[in-house]
Design a protein around this ligand. Structure first.
Ligand code: 6PG
Length: 598
């Protein structure tokens, strides 16, 4: 018998019922030689894949250290619900003993169309060797409702994914999170992507080991992760840091930047996609009060280099080949709890449920009436509870009807206006005398008719100061009024929003820099290239920290956008209003008229 790998295959696809017999015959063909052929199948490895080549390439390394019955289930859309199976026996020279003996494993490739998946799942189940540990390696888009998961979910070994392959990182993280919280999915979850990241985690942890660096661990202000096409890996690292350091991650601030609340204050988390040719995680920069610690991967020596702390050092990174990562997972027993906790934390970053209570009313006038009643109700409650009602107004045309109602006979006597404090969520970079000014519109339609005292009107010095200075001054005014320390966020009782037909809200426009403002920024001067202008705006962090957010959307021209916002993919850079999500337990109402809701 040669020392090379030997393969026997039945040559043509067969029926499931014939598999065991065919495998027996293949073995007997091999056993005729004088060398010892050890039929060793210590585990069942099931691989679900849409690319047999990739599966076989990955699996080809496994039997050497884990002789197994390998069952590859793959899809051929042309096959409908027909199903074929192709058995193969593969023997490889065993290493560690004289090369003349071989360890052999079995491979069965099952092919079916989408309509045959459930039958195929039961066929796979019937081919599992009893008493063997069974692992399911998922090399496709992760789909919780897949019949294979349903049929095999009691796997004793575990479900293995490679989240680096997920086309939609946020959706993939959410699906993994749902797997963990779905009671009937009981087998452990492993992620080859996590195995790749362990070198970085160890490198980052080692940077803070020296006594003089340890205290910096509790004064982290920012974490920036540079990657190439590996947002999910970055989010897993954020989850890992948050879990290990007890940070509270903000919900649903998905996109490129998030914030976490640590004992020392706000931590800014940001992902930066680089132009590296190779996908992967490249650098983690951790900013603390004392120093910036940097862990970077070098493709030259394949190591993680750590600088910034009291000692610069190097750590070897985990082997990156998928077969080595799979081998590591198959060699451990029991769940990887550090990964599971990191995954749960990272899931918060990927949350995208539009948490709005969506209300549809007949028309724009009824919408204004709905908003006026909500304003009055909330104002009465806040004044009763705290002696004041802080409200941030939006601009544009939609709120005009609301302002006229509040200043009109029906509502003006419903509120003790002396306790109401008015702010603006955004403003154009124009003087208060300009027709474009949101403050001008509000004064004319609401504040002057109600004789609101100037002390209760907290305006933005737009037009008087350069936009950046006006933003900084407004932020200072907010901190003074709400008594905030740097890094704290104000809690408005009520924030009124509108939505542009491009999906912007306040003055947070699609693809504008303001979408990724630092987590502790309150007010920004936001360049809006599509309007060739600068706008002043609250950040998402301020808006989302409110007790009540009411967004008013009226008119047919907004119907397509609001549909995309509510039913389309979560793309906050395209439709910024999707990032409106209460971060401090507040309420969010999205009120539409029938035309917008069409
Ligand atoms: C502004 C607003 C802005 C507005 C939307 C919708 O300054 O323009 O604050 O965010 O809410 O652009 O405007 P309309 O209500 O005019 O459609």
């Amino acid at each position: 018998m040669t020392d090379a790998t030997m393969t026997r295959t039945a040559g043509q696809p067969t029926k499931i019922a014939n598999i065991e017999k065919e495998l027996g015959e293949l073995w007997s063909q091999l056993a005729t030689d004088d060398d010892t052929v050890t039929r060793a199948t210590t585990l069942n490895l099931v691989i679900y894949t849409e690319s047999v080549e990739r599966a076989m390439q990955l699996a080809s390394q496994v039997p050497a250290s884990h002789p197994c019955r390998l069952i590859v289930l793959t899809i051929d859309p042309q096959m409908g619900d027909t199903l074929t199976a192709e058995p193969t026996v593969v023997c490889r020279p065993s290493f560690g003993r004289e090369a003349r003996s071989h360890v052999c494993g079995e491979q069965i490739v099952i092919t079916t169309g989408r309509e045959g998946l459930t039958r195929a799942a039961y066929a796979v189940q019937s081919l599992l060797i009893a008493d063997n540990l069974t692992y399911l390696l998922w090399m496709a888009e992760f789909d919780l409702d897949h019949p294979l998961l349903e049929v095999l979910n009691e796997l004793s070994g575990g479900l293995i994914v490679d989240s680096a392959q997920f086309a939609d990182p946020e959706a993939g993280l959410r699906a993994l999170g749902r797997y963990l919280t779905t009671p009937h999915f009981t087998s452990d979850l492993f992620d080859m992507n996590w195995e790749r990241l362990k070198g970085f985690c160890l490198g980052v942890a080692s940077a803070f080991e020296p006594v003089e660096d340890r205290s910096s661990l509790w004064k982290i202000r920012s974490v920036e992760i540079a990657h190439r096409d590996q947002r999910l890996a970055g989010m897993l690292i954020f989850g890992w840091l948050a879990d290990r350091l007890g940070w509270k991650l903000t919900h649903g601030e998905a996109g490129q930047a998030w914030t976490a609340q640590s004992k020392a204050g706000i931590v800014n988390l940001s992902l930066v996609d680089t132009d590296h040719t190779i996908p992967g995680l490249w650098k983690i920069s951790i900013g603390t009060d004392a120093a910036t610690y940097v862990a970077s991967f070098s493709e030259v020596d394949g190591c993680i280099h750590i600088e910034g702390g009291s000692i610069a050092h190097t750590k070897t990174a985990a082997p990156m080949q998928s077969s080595a990562l799979l081998d590591t997972i198959l060699s451990v027993t029991g769940p990887d709890r550090v990964y599971l906790h990191a995954l749960q934390s990272a899931g918060l970053l990927a949350e995208e449920t539009i948490s709005a209570e969506v209300v549809v009313v007949e028309n724009a006038d009824v919408l204004a009436g709905f908003a006026a009643r909500k304003f009055v109700t909330l104002a009465k409650a806040a004044i009763r509870a705290n002696g004041r009602f802080t409200v941030a107004l939006s601009g544009g045309s939609t709120p005009k009807a609301l302002f006229a109602l509040l200043a009109g006979p029906r509502f003006r006597n419903e509120v003790d206006w002396a306790h109401v404090h008015f702010f603006w969520g955004d403003e154009r970079d124009v003087p208060l005398t300009d027709e474009q000014s949101n403050q001008k519109m509000a004064r004319e339609t609401l504040l002057t008719p109600l004789a609101i005292p100037e002390a209760n009107i907290h305006g933005i010095a737009a037009g008087d100061l350069p936009a950046r200075d006006a933003a900084a001054k407004y932020a200072d005014d907010l901190r003074a009024f709400f008594g905030l320390a740097m890094g704290d966020l104000p809690t408005f009782d009520f924030v009124l929003l509108g939505m542009g037909d491009d999906g912007h809200t306040a003055s947070l426009f699609p693809h504008s820099a303001g979408l990724n403002a630092p987590g502790d920024a309150l007010v920004i001067a936001n360049e809006v290239p599509q309007l060739q202008t600068t706008r002043l705006s609250f950040t998402f962090a301020v808006i989302n920290h409110a007790a009540h957010i009411l967004a008013l959307v009226a008119g047919a021209k907004k119907a397509d956008t609001i549909h995309a916002v509510l039913r389309g993919p979560y793309q906050p850079d395209v439709h910024p209003i999707q990032r409106i999500k209460p971060s401090a337990g507040g309420m969010y109402t999205l009120a539409l008229d029938r035309e917008a809701a069409a």
